[in-house]
Design a protein around this ligand. Structure first.
Ligand SMILES: *[C@@H]1O[C@H](CO)[C@@H](O)[C@H](O)[C@H]1NC(C)=O
Ligand SMILES: *[C@@H]1O[C@H](CO)[C@@H](O)[C@H](O)[C@H]1NC(C)=O
Length: 209
């Protein structure tokens, strides 16, 4: 019984004309339906029984992107510091922003972006597996085995094998650094020393003879 009373009350309220349904291109003001202003315009004066809605164009840096009954245009968005302007604001559309170079979007909206962050920098010992895009971060991978990368290579490089190029290891390679190769210690010095010694001896013998 209580339920029935409530339902009847709701039906009565709905049909009492408290909210007259306006047409698609109209807005409700008080009890009246007024024609909306078009995109790029706002309502200066509501319609009356005798006169249609008075509309004015949006001032600079403001816009309306749809038919509206707004008393003022909306302010154009300023792109965040991580973003740059992709399409400037007009009286009929808000600013569109896109990530700055080296950034990817973390808050995408239709055709644009509201916030971006800088790409992850791969650390020494890691390589760049996937370069970042406007919507995805850089993907790093670890160097394993006898390979290395300084953090900006796109793949890990094998350590130089000193013995293959007739040199010896001065410092072992790591995941972030190549092997450091050098001359075999003293080979050169020994040879040079012997030559010098022989020369000095020969000169001495010549002088004394
Ligand atoms: C590197 O990228 C490939 C292909 O996109 C993927 O299969 C692999 O798992 C990635 N490796 C790492 C360490 O993210
Ligand atoms: C890694 O090495 C490359 C070329 O050898 C160089 O251009 C780059 O600046 C280096 N990157 C870092 C992070 O040291």
């Amino acid at each position: 019984m209580v339920k029935l009373v409530i339902i009847v009350l709701i039906i009565q309220l709905t049909m009492s004309g408290v909210s007259p349904a306006c047409g698609r291109a109209e807005y409700l003001i008080g009890q009246e339906c007024c024609p909306m202003c078009g995109p790029g315009y706002y309502v200066r004066r509501h319609c009356t029984e005798f006169k249609s809605t008075t509309c004015l164009p949006c001032l600079s840096s403001t816009y309306t992107d749809a038919p509206n009954g707004l008393a003022s245009c909306k302010s154009c968005t300023d792109c965040d510091s991580s973003l740059r302007v992709k399409r400037a604001c007009s009286s009929t559309s808000d600013t569109l922003c896109e990530p700055l170079e080296g950034h990817y979007c973390t808050d995408p909206i239709k055709d644009g972006c509201r916030g971006a962050v800088e790409y992850t920098k791969c650390s020494p010992g890691q390589y760049v597996n996937q370069t970042g895009t406007a919507s995805t971060d850089t993907v790093c991978g670890d160097c394993v085995g006898d390979t290395y990368s300084n953090g900006s290579f796109t793949s890990c490089r094998p350590h130089t094998r000193c013995e293959l190029i007739g040199l010896v290891v001065l410092r072992e390679g790591s995941s972030s650094d190549d092997t450091n190769c050098g001359q075999k210690p003293n080979t050169v010095a020994i040879v040079a020393g012997i030559i010098a010694g022989v020369a000095v001896l020969a000169a001495t013998c010549l002088l004394l003879s």
